[in-house]
Design a protein around this ligand. Structure first.
Ligand code: UDP
Ligand code: MG
Length: 336
């Protein structure tokens, strides 16, 4: 029988958390009115995480796991989970218990009321560092201003989605998966549930500054072409400044006995200004061209080294997951 609820949790070097995660999740899973599957995606962890996942899978048949052949990143790990879900209601949460599993029943309640997407919105993240709070705060507001779909502020990937939504997400071919954006793009009835974000239960933050920055740029570039226009604007401003300066110099030459323009300073400034406008514009262009390049290559989003659970395979899965399962992963499950 197919499960009703599917929980997706990406795991990257979370050995310290997995036992507690399982304890908190299974307490919630036991309370749900229907079969539950818990899909854990090992995103190329270098610690004992995969070992722990295997043990959990042995112990609890509700647990399935996917293991990537290397680290592909959080968004791709969640995408893989979405490719494999069999439930009617899908819930995505982080492994570090910053997304309290105890909120799941409330989310399901909203789903019963007819919402297809219930996303969790952070009211405050007092216990995170000021830098993270400040950058996250500004980024979400900038994104809201620039994006052509209405992406709610201060929401992460912690959400509940109906099967309908997940099928649409799975049919989207794009490679840069900014899930919280794609989720908003789909539409349907969406609602928020507010919560206070706890600090990480244990371990280091796995999103380094550069990973967060990459995620932010992906979000912006995938959901807005305003940055492209920005280079046009910058170019226009530079041109206006140049024309103004040319007129000024002409005036000085014609009407003043000695031109007040002496020295290299002003020339140097102009060169630097124009140089930076051009570099920024090329950089912005590059971001978009890079995306096109990624799309055109059309490589698979991830490579699976091992899969545990998921038998029998879902008959209604329409995505590339089936193809990927065929890949030579270790056949641990069939032996056991
Ligand atoms: N994660 C992952 N792959 C990565 C980085 C993170 O699967 O390359 C997972 C991680 O295990 C956790 C979630 O993504 O379950 C969020 O990571 P983290 O808590 O470090 O980031 P935060 O969003 O709290 O800054
Ligand atoms: Mg976290």
């Amino acid at each position: 029988m197919l499960p009703k609820y599917s929980l997706i949790v990406p795991i990257y070097n979370e050995e310290e958390i997995i036992p507690e995660l399982y304890r908190r999740l299974s307490a919630v899973m036991n309370r749900l009115d229907g079969l539950v599957e818990l899909i854990l995606i090992n995103d190329g962890s270098r610690d004992r995480s995969l070992q722990l996942l295997r043990e959990l899978h042995q112990k609890d048949p509700r647990i399935c796991y996917l293991s990537f052949a290397r680290n592909f990143g959080h968004q791709i790990a969640v995408t893989a989970g979405l490719n494999f879900v069999r439930g009617q209601v899908i819930i995505i949460l982080d492994a570090d218990l910053q997304d309290p599993p105890e909120l799941i029943p409330d989310m399901i309640e909203k789903w019963r009321q007819g919402y297809q997407v219930v996303y969790a919105q952070r009211t405050q993240r007092l216990k995170e560092g000021w830098f993270k709070r400040f950058t996250a705060y500004s980024f979400y507001r900038l994104l809201k201003k620039l994006a052509d779909v209405d992406i709610p502020t201060d929401t992460g990937d912690f959400c509940l989605m109906d099967r309908q939504i997940v099928d649409i997400l799975n049919s989207m071919p794009e490679r840069t998966r900014y899930i919280r954006g794609l989720r908003s793009w789909v539409g349907f009835q969406q609602t928020a549930i507010r919560f206070e974000r706890d600090p990480r239960f244990a371990g280091e933050v796995k999103y380094t500054f550069s990973k967060s920055l990459a995620l932010a740029i992906n979000g912006l570039v995938s959901f807005s072409i305003v940055p492209l226009r920005l280079s046009t604007y910058l170019g226009l401003i530079a041109a206006a400044a140049a024309i103004f300066m040319a007129l000024l110099i002409l005036y000085w030459r014609l009407f003043l006995p000695h031109s007040p323009l002496t020295g290299f300073t002003i020339i140097l400034m102009a060169i630097f200004f124009l140089g930076s406008v051009q570099l920024v514009s090329v950089g912005i262009l590059g971001e978009y061209i890079g995306r096109i390049y990624e799309e055109v290559k059309a490589r698979p989003l991830y490579t699976l080294a091992e899969v545990g659970g998921f038998y029998p395979k879902s008959s209604n899965s329409t995505n590339n997951a089936d193809k990927l399962v065929e890949a030579p992963y270790s056949k641990r499950d069939e032996d056991s």
